[in-house]
Design a protein around this ligand. Structure first.
Ligand SMILES: Cc1cc2nc3c(=O)[nH]c(=O)nc-3n(C[C@H](O)[C@H](O)[C@H](O)COP(=O)(O)OP(=O)(O)OC[C@H]3O[C@@H](n4cnc5c(N)ncnc54)[C@H](O)[C@@H]3O)c2cc1C
Length: 408
């Protein structure tokens, strides 16, 4: 049976950044990444908005705030060092109705508390940056950028493999057997033994944690985010990134305009319950995934609290007119015929039994193991920081070999 010192389940951006950080600390260790797909980064990492977030939205002192701010800088440096196309273009958040002005001011203050460079803009100043936006006021965050996260993840993987690490695609972890030191991983490609296990399984992280006998006390609920793309001749309507003031009770940012690094402009994403964890089409359905949500008390408590928002999101999913109406609040000129449907992504959002969404990144320790049980946005931005933080929690190989009980 192949034996490894460390095994990471999940070849998304979080698993790969962890693998890279670990391989840099533990030169000579045998490190394995197990990925169920033929190619890494096929799920959340390959289906997102491609924004290098600044960290303005997150509660001061939270992991999200800290890791996004530091991750933003680290990621830009990483892209420069490795020649990955990116751009620090900044973004504007705009209030379009009077009732949003106090929330916009709160965001501005939060940006300052999180140590960011932010500036208040009048409606005229917003128009100097984004001539087609109509609003009452805005906040500009210059450190926001854009990148293709699949390219970033590919580079993490390449550096990891060049450093001696092993990537095992087409390898789905099916069961985890606890041993006195470490685990035996039963997979679709055979059994692997590891002294230490790291679960970065994204949309399946709660299930993998349970296989490893760790109860995250929360369930992953998949929220699909659907996008439209502006027709090439209408791309000039958007210069950088244009966001509305988000609903503070909701973890999603509201549909916005994003210029992607390839020059296309995307509008979205909305946030609708997906009937399949990896369900990218409206019609995708998986009985197990659907039943788990339907029989989960936390979901119904959340649904009761956000019934109005949930219905609005469903309407926006099925009605292009409603989607376009949301976008016209930002740019009145945008018309339905300017937008073509494009890709969708599914967010892995952890939800507790009491109906509260897990707000921060959630990283749990188990028997010779660490489990990343909530890593939604801005985890791609924060990936280098999350990887480093996980590795700090992992006992060094030397200590693992000398005193296995240190890990228990
Ligand atoms: C619509 C959308 C927009 C977003 N926009 C942004 C953004 O602009 N900026 C930002 O910073 N973040 C954004 N995010 C969030 C970001 O994409 C994710 O936080 C990040 O990609 C999470 O990475 P991950 O490695 O945890 O998960 P994933 O990329 O989903 O990787 C998990 C991997 O685990 C594998 N896996 C699962 N189960 C098993 C198993 N049993 N055995 C083996 N392998 C397994 C999967 O195949 C997958 O490859 C967005 C997300 C979505 C969905």
């Amino acid at each position: 049976m192949p034996r490894y010192d460390f095994a990471i389940i999940g070849g998304g951006i979080v698993g790969l950044s962890t693998a890279l950080a670990l391989s840099r600390r533990e030169s000579g260790a045998k490190i394995l990444v197990l990925e169920k797909e033929a190619i890494c980064a096929r799920h959340q990492t390959g289906h997102n908005s491609g924004v290098i977030h600044s960290g303005i939205y997150y509660k001061p002192g939270s992991l999200k705030a800290k890791f996004a701010r530091e991750g933003n800088r680290g990621l830009v440096e990483f892209c420069l060092e490795h020649g990955i196309a990116h751009e620090v273009c900044g973004k504007v958040i705009v209030a379009t109705v009077q009732s949003e002005l106090p929330l916009l001011e709160q965001l501005y203050q939060r940006g300052l508390e999180n140590g960011l460079e932010v500036s208040r803009l009048t409606a005229e100043e917003v128009r100097e940056v984004e001539p087609h936006v109509r609003c009452l006021a805005g906040v500009r965050v210059p450190s926001t950028g854009i990148v293709n996260y699949s390219r970033v993840a590919e580079k993490y993987a390449e550096l990891f493999e060049n450093g001696g690490g092993t990537l095992s695609p087409n390898t789905r972890v099916l069961a985890i057997r606890r041993m006195s030191v470490g685990h035996a991983l039963e997979t679709s490609a055979g059994v692997f033994e590891t002294r230490f296990l790291i679960n970065c399984a994204g949309l399946h992280s709660d299930r993998v944690a349970k296989l490893g006998q760790v109860d995250p006390k929360a369930k992953i609920v998949p929220f699909r985010g659907e996008y439209y793309e502006l027709k090439p001749e209408k791309r000039s309507l958007v210069k950088t990134l244009i966001y509305p003031v988000p609903n503070p009770a909701f973890p999603f940012l509201g549909v916005h305009f994003t210029r992607m690094i390839d020059g296309t402009v995307h509008a979205g994403p909305n946030a609708v319950l997906s009937f399949k964890r990896e369900g990218y089409q409206k019609t995708d359905f998986n009985l197990r995934d659907f039943a788990e949500v339907m029989f989960y008390p936390g979901f119904w408590k959340l649904a009761a609290r956000h019934a109005r928002d949930g219905i609005d999101e469903m309407i926006r999913s099925f009605s292009k007119t409603a989607f376009v109406r949301s976008l016209q609040r930002l740019i009145p000129e945008v018309q339905s015929e300017d937008l073509l449907p494009t890709h969708a992504g599914v967010r892995a959002q952890s939800l507790m039994n009491d109906g509260k969404l897990v707000d921060d990144f959630l990283i749990l320790k188990g028997h010779h193991s660490i489990h990343v049980c909530n890593a939604p946005s801005p985890a791609a931005t924060a990936s280098l920081e999350i990887g480093k933080a996980i590795v700090e929690e992992i006992p060094s190989l030397e200590r693992t070999l000398v005193s296995p009980s240190l890990n228990s």
